[in-house]
Design a protein around this ligand. Sequence first.
Ligand code: ADP
Length: 530
Amino acid sequence: MSEFNNEIWFVGAEMSPLVKAGGLGDVMGSLPKVLLKSGINIRVVIPYYKNIIPENLIEIKEVYPAGKVNFGEIPFEFGIKTGFAMGDIPIVLIEQNHFFNREDVYGSHGGVCAYKDNLWRYAMFAHGTAYAMKILGIPLIVHAHDWSGGLVPAVIRQTLGDKKVLIEGTSEGILNAKLGRRINAKGLRPAIVFTIHNLAYQGVYGIDDFYDIGLDFRYNSSEAFEHFGTFNSLKGGIKLSDAVTTVSPTYSNEITTPEFGFGLDGELEMFKRSGRLNGILNGIDLDYWNPKTDRLVSHNLNLKDDKYTLKDYKAWENFKAKNKKALFSDISMSLKTGPEGKPFPLIGVVSRLTEEKGIDEFLDSLFNWKDFPFQVVILGSGRDNIEDKANYLSKIYRDKVYAITGSYNETLSHKIYAASDIFVMPSKFEPCGLSQMIAMRYGCVVAAADTGGLHDTVSDMTDLSEKNPSGILIKHANPDAVAWALNALYNCYIEDGSKWHNLVINSANKHFGWGDSAKIYENLYYNIIK
Ligand code: ADP
């Protein structure tokens, strides 16, 4: 018998509201909050970065003694801190200044210019996590995330053994906080769940790097990190976990195909066939992203119920008009009106500007249009060529396009969601996508590529069997197809009839919270320790 804490540890590189580079940060902040509310003991483990917002940290304490790990010949010390993140979520911070005291999470330009030593940084994070378990008590379950959490399963195994914890009798309810902290269970290591948030990022390095990151040699194998002569962090995470999830049902099928599998489709196909790969749709924090109470937007939605009907359209129209006026005043853009006397619809973009997001194709669709009938606000950072194109467009269409590139701006993102009529996401692939969920919550009609989580969340108005359309899905998101979709939405908008009103109300009624998906995770947790 070993003693475990009846806890689940979420281990990942970001956590909102402490530090966020993209959707992973949202999930690491919001899912634990929901599980905590349903009575499960949760702790979130992240690196102690320089750019963590200090006001969001509560009761932070140093835990002694500090840990040590050798990377090749070089010894590194690291510290452990415990405390809470705003919202009362218990956290563990892995402190190592050489690796984590930097301006960005993964590197500059939304991670496009990644830090060269990211493998070392996240190896340090994995060693720190395993050490923290020794000091603070072993959790029943570790839920690790993405390539940056990919070394966590290996380091846990080499520290605590390969034998997984099992609860005798019924495991139902065992994770409940009320049962007391310590429980007896068979086994030496926590059960491990691993979530793939984006298969395009695998943390691939030269195989020689393997010897510098404190891993047992046995993990230099195709059953762990070795992948066609390289070191693949994500593959090791997948292979050494007990269950693997990804962030939408459609994406869980797509990644078993060569088109979307980025070289790991074979492995994932095997996991899928043996029932160990599940697609569980992400949710958003409906309290944080709430048009009625959001303090970062200029005007709140003036409605009581969360179930909207067509009668509520006026209130939504008002909400959009006021927020658009405020946003335009902030960015000094004047409202443009079409020949019909109605303001042009505002298209919003809040996105990493990488090839996968299809924003390049969206910009080209505007270029190719003779005189596009939209105003556009773009917030994003990423590849130089896409940032440059957005800035160029805003120069030549000064009164129609405004681009804020190279920066991450949470407040402005809220203002854009609140002001936009249309939100575009023509992604080449999209594991889940949270931006479209947020946009819908704020009453935007979404034009999105028909892929991954976008397929699972946007109800397509061109599908005649769809009862509650909330946007338009684009089959092959090239510039012409994006223009076709935007034109279709423009026609609905300018008619200003029931079709557009329905799209807005259906969109706002979607409410992609964590409810159902958190329950699916709970069941998964119970099942793997049974
Ligand atoms: P991904 O994780 O692939 O970047 P998601 O749609 O899952 O895409 O999540 C993106 C999240 O990051 C959303 O919360 C979105 O609002 C936010 N975001 C992206 N870029 C920026 C930015 N430049 N400033 C503020 N928020 C941003």
